[in-house]
Design a protein around this ligand. Sequence first.
Ligand code: GLN
Length: 467
Amino acid sequence: MIKEIHQKLVDREITATKLISSYFEVIKEKDSQIKAFLTLTKDQALEQAEKIDEKIKKGKKINILEGIPYAVKDNMLVNGVKTTAGSKILANYTASFDATVIKKLKEQGAIVLGKTNMDEFAMGSSTENSAFFTTKNPYDLERVPGGSSGGSAASVASKMSVFALGSDTGGSIRQPASFCGVIGFKPSYGSVSRYGLIALASSLDIIGPLAQSVEDAEIIFKSITGKDQMDSTSYNLEKIHNTPYRIQNTVFGLPKEYFQERLDDKIKKAIEEVIKKIKSQGATIKEVSLPSTSYALPCYYIIMPAEASSNLARFDGIRYSPMNNYPNLHDLYFKTRGEGFGAEVRRRIVLGTYVLSSGYYDAYYKKAQQVRRLIAKEFDKVFQKVDFLITPTSPTFPFKIGEKIDDPLSMYLSDIFTVGANIVGVPAINLPCGQAGNLPINMQIIGPYLSDFSLLNITKTIEDIIL
Ligand code: GLN
């Protein structure tokens, strides 16, 4: 997709200005129903496109991403553009600098179309926790697009953007990608800078692409990865040797704990079909075990709220987006958070503060960190036996809007197969692999820590086999 558009620009079959305008046309036509975007940046986008056209006219070479339109989840800062993280508390906040990922893409000429809707502070699996509105699933407008990067996934699926950026703390790129039938790649922890990403849980958060093909995801990942002095956990992947696998020499593991009764039967069957196909191409398939899988979700729901409660302390109603219609300072401090944050955010702040409090720290937070180590060890052990893991991404098809909103536990279960990769820090990708009725079916491929390029590579091969 990106390569084709790039060629058209180079061959002057289309101008960048035309290209960008055509995407705003599609947005105008579709977004009143889908509601993927919170903010559009049409003027800036067209201005940037004109400059690229001048460059092309002068016969200058253009970069692969130059002029390519994309959408950004609203928890990443784009200088001069409103950034809300889906929250009322940031409803009037305008970013004063670019996140590193945005800076990198800007330098390469990619063009931001707008900011996409999300669950408030990336807490959720459906975009229903957005303080503004719920995004609809492009395949079925009565269903959710997944979350928390639901707006990004819906914009790519409905071709309102060529690609989008999302963030993934427990599944927020992969689960919405699966609900909307697009590629969603969560890179290894630290391989993309988090500078300028409004943090949910800093030891789990990572930015990654949602795209229409694995090749596109790879192009985007290549341009956003790398060490950034503004994020001390970031590093350079380029120096790391990534083996290009051939399907005949590749061993895939199927963790038995991921193919259990909670998994929808149709999804299970479709993944089994894919496994048959890659086996017939010479791949080796092994059943493996990750015994602590059932502890991954409880572990996540202790570590994530703990880190979130501390990260969200900065939103005090004074900085970022003043909510200053209170008679005195006391009211301002006490009321802004109660009124500015939605129910799910408040729930997690309370939970997080509780598990970190002196009487309960050992019983919850410390225990969760120990479980985290245990899970990481199990992944290490499995990756000594297999090259990649194949699992489902989501246990269910996209659910109906409103279906799970009053039942947080059942909502949390949406992440049951995705949180593991965040806890351990390994890369994982969502790959569409079929359809049931009008809804997409997807699978997840997980690779060892830092195997990002090999994972993208092998996923491309599987994508070709499925097609
Ligand atoms: N759905 C998960 C949650 O609610 C994951 C969120 C995320 O990855 N940002 O926490």
